[in-house]
Write a protein that binds this ligand. Structure first.
Ligand code: HEC
Ligand code: HEC
Ligand code: HEC
Ligand code: HEC
Length: 306
């Protein structure tokens, strides 16, 4: 019985630890020049769209002007100090300097219209239960990782203003071949095998470089020095005058521990072959060979797999 009890305690301890680990940090509400409460106003029957016209007329939601507030507050709650401040600003034709809660860096393109009409997202998805809140704070994550999480889950893709969408390298190369004067973006092997002409791309030094095995290997070689133990390194837009900018490693996800020794040995043998004899097949398939320093690092990591 005492053993049972001890086990019980353990379980609770673990759950609590996990629960704490998952609590995310929500920054405090910024102090606003006028203490506006969404809860109070929405309880009066006001609609989001009445103050934030989304998605019409455009891509941005806007914060209402003082005139909108004064439609009510020229008579409602005139005795309140906050409303008197609001009325004074309105009188002087000055906007309320609201502190922004959700703000993306300028280089990020985001459209409310696209998300509300096409992605069928609601205000709550990205801003939480606003009708229950007095002061708003950034309770929902709008980091690029959060955007991408939803994009992956929903299989979202960019709506290019013109053009046709092809699925994967095969789809895109097929469409380009069929469509006169068209342009697209495919993996090197598809361009070579389909005999598609391809152009030079400007790299980080400002030089225009044609994709070939040497210019891709150049990008990989530059990354060797900075490659971390788990091999996660980006070689997009890598430095170097002769380096092709749109290059990438292809990764293999291998467990570090196997319970089945047979499977482990088979897999290790296969990867060993890929890193040795297998390299000789890469170039005929228009893939760059791994730089020798990377092979050495990989062999070391392979030997640690149990
Ligand atoms: C449709 C009418 C209406 C509009 C539009 C409106 N309000 Fe109000 N507001 C009210 C009412 C009604 C109350 C009082 C709620 C209560 O105390 O029961 C209120 C309360 C307030 C208060 C609290 C005042 C206090 O000291 O108790 C502030 C501040 C405020 N409003 C600011 C604004 C701002 C800023 C806008 C414009 C963005 C705005 N309101 C737009 C109706 C409105
Ligand atoms: C009476 C007008 C009014 C109504 C109705 C209203 N809002 Fe607002 N909203 C404001 C004002 C004023 C601000 C700026 C002050 C603040 O951040 O609280 C604001 C700010 C916001 C912000 C933060 C913007 C930022 O990044 O700084 C969000 C998000 C928001 N509102 C969502 C909503 C949603 C969702 C609804 C409907 C459920 C709604 N609002 C209804 C007036 C209104
Ligand atoms: C897919 C996520 C998403 C949805 C859905 C969404 N918003 Fe936003 N909202 C954002 C992001 C991100 C920003 C910051 C935009 C920026 O800084 O350019 C923002 C900013 C705002 C702002 C500040 C003004 C602006 O456009 O930058 C208001 C007001 C706002 N949202 C209201 C709403 C309302 C009302 C709804 C529902 C009709 C809504 N949002 C739905 C993500 C969303
Ligand atoms: C609720 C899930 C969701 C979230 C959160 C979300 N998106 Fe989207 N997004 C979508 C979907 C679904 C589409 C595809 C819409 C369509 O079918 O055209 C899309 C489309 C887009 C597009 C292409 C639309 C165009 O005009 O070309 C861009 C750009 C975009 N999202 C940026 C962002 C950014 C930036 C964020 C984070 C601040 C974000 N999204 C958050 C679901 C989401």
């Amino acid at each position: 019985m005492s053993v049972e009890r001890v086990r019980h305690c353990w379980l609770i301890a673990i759950t609590v630890a996990l629960g704490f680990g998952q609590t995310k940090y929500v920054p405090p509400a910024p102090e606003q020049p006028i203490p506006f409460s969404h809860r109070v106003h929405i309880a009066k029957g006001l609609d989001c769209k009445g103050c934030h016209p989304v998605p019409e007329p455009g891509d941005f939601a806007t914060i209402p002007e003082t005139a909108k507030c004064m439609a009510c507050h020229s008579t409602v709650k005139k005795e309140s100090a906050a409303i008197q401040r609001l009325a004074a600003l309105h009188e002087q034709n000055k906007p309320v300097e609201w502190r922004r809660v959700y703000r993306l860096p300028d280089y990020v393109f985001f459209s409310h219209k696209e998300h509300i009409t096409k992605a069928a997202a609601t205000c709550e998805t990205c801003h939480g239960p606003v009708p229950e809140r007095d002061a708003l704070r950034k309770e929902k994550d709008i980091s690029m990782a959060a955007c991408m999480e939803c994009h992956r889950a929903k299989g979202a893709s960019v709506n290019w203003p013109v053009g046709l969408g092809g699925k994967g390298n095969e789809g895109v190369s097929g469409l380009i071949k069929q469509t006169p004067n068209s342009m697209g973006y495919v993996e090197l092997i598809y361009a070579i095998q389909n005999k598609m002409p391809y152009g030079k791309v400007k790299n980080s030094s400002g030089d225009f470089i044609k994709a070939d095995l040497a210019s891709v290997s150049g990008a990989a070689a530059g990354a060797v020095k900075t490659m971390p133990e788990d091999f996660r390194v980006s070689i997009t837009n890598a430095p170097g005058k002769t380096v092709y900018p749109i290059a990438s490693f292809t990764w293999l996800l291998v467990p570090s521990k196997f319970s089945d020794a047979g499977k482990r040995d088979a897999l290790k043998g296969f990867v060993q072959w890929m890193l040795a004899d297998g390299q000789n097949y890469a170039e005929s398939l228009a893939y760059a060979k791994l730089p020798p320093e990377v092979v050495a690092k990989e062999l070391k990591a392979l030997s640690k797999i149990q």
